[in-house]
Design a protein around this ligand. Structure first.
Ligand code: BV8
Length: 234
């Protein structure tokens, strides 16, 4: 019996790797207001501030490693025998990618909000790998989906949700749409929905099951139970 799994992750899954979450502080993000650093208007108004915000976060990636939660999902993607596994992440760090590269499942990760290690030509929209800093007056911007911009791979995501039997939401506060609406899509297709989070998210009442705790504890434990058949996905 086919059992497809779709997994949405947010900043909480990278928190224990040392990557700051989006809303941990009082609505500021690394000392900045969202409108200043994560909108096209903010970039237009002050490209130096926005490029520096992303340059800092891109540099920080060299200092952090995937954690046990990232590795557990990469293991699930490699070992799940009953259907597809797709990780849809809101995160722009490359921690899922590094973990999945180790299990040969890099193609099972979708970055719906873009990636810190990619650049987009402002003129042509062409996307390429990028590891260094970006200049404020250059011809590239971060390949990141800012507020008000269209998230990436939406068609593929909605198709996967329509065919899902189990939807996991890990480390996300459920503040940002359309990601926060994916649980409703999964419920519409009859999937079982489970939230694994440090605290209940805004959409916690929409989940069949809530498992509270730090990702590096609850995610590996849940993956083990899935892989040894302990969890029945109806
Ligand atoms: C869109 C890239 C149309 C940037 C991000 C008014 C005007 C314009 C738009 C809107 C509007 N009102 C609403 C909208 C839509 C808007 C939106 O949702 N706004 C919100 C703020 C109200 N959305 C958009 O604009 C999106 N585009 O709507 O286009 C459209 C719609 C449908 C279809 C097509 C087109 C674009 C949104 C993308 C914005 N870009 N990121 C960057 O990263 O620099 S969003 C940003 O927030 C990050 O990606 C982040 O991942 C994401 C969500 O935050 P979370 O991941 O949930 O992180 P957070 O800190 O909030 O929560 C962490 C959670 O982890 C917490 O629950 C915590 O308890 C838990 N946790 C912490 N530690 C741990 C843990 N869990 C487990 N273990 C731990 N150790």
């Amino acid at each position: 019996m086919v059992r497809n799994i779709v997994i949405l992750t947010g900043a909480g899954i990278s928190a224990e790797s040392g990557v700051p979450t989006f809303r941990a502080s009082d609505g500021l993000w690394c000392g900045h207001r969202v409108e200043e650093v994560a909108t096209p208007e903010g970039f237009e108004a002050n490209p130096a501030l926005v490029q520096d915000f992303y340059n800092q976060r891109r540099r920080q990636l060299a200092l952090v490693e995937p954690n046990a939660a990232h590795h557990a999902l990469a293991k699930l993607a490699a070992e799940w025998q009953h259907g597809e596994v797709l990780v849809v992440t809101q995160n722009v760090d490359d921690l899922h990618d590094r973990a999945h590269a180790l299990t040969g499942t890099a193609d099972r990760v979708l970055h719906m909000h873009g990636e810190l290690l990619k650049a987009r030509q402002i003129e042509t929209g062409q996307v390429s790998d990028w590891t260094g800093d970006m200049a404020p007056d250059g011809d590239v911007r971060p390949h990141i989906v800012w507020f008000g911009e269209m998230p990436l791979d939406m068609e593929r995501i909605y198709e996967a949700l329509a065919e899902s039997h189990l939807f996991l939401s890990i480390g996300t506060s459920g503040n940002v749409y359309p990601a926060a609406g994916f649980v409703q899509e999964a419920r519409r297709s009859g999937a079982t929905t489970v939230e694994l989070n440090l605290e209940p998210s805004l959409g916690h009442s929409l989940f069949n099951e809530k498992i509270l705790g730090p990702a590096t504890e609850v995610v590996p434990a849940y993956v083990e139970r899935l892989l040894n058949g302990e969890i029945k996905i109806i």
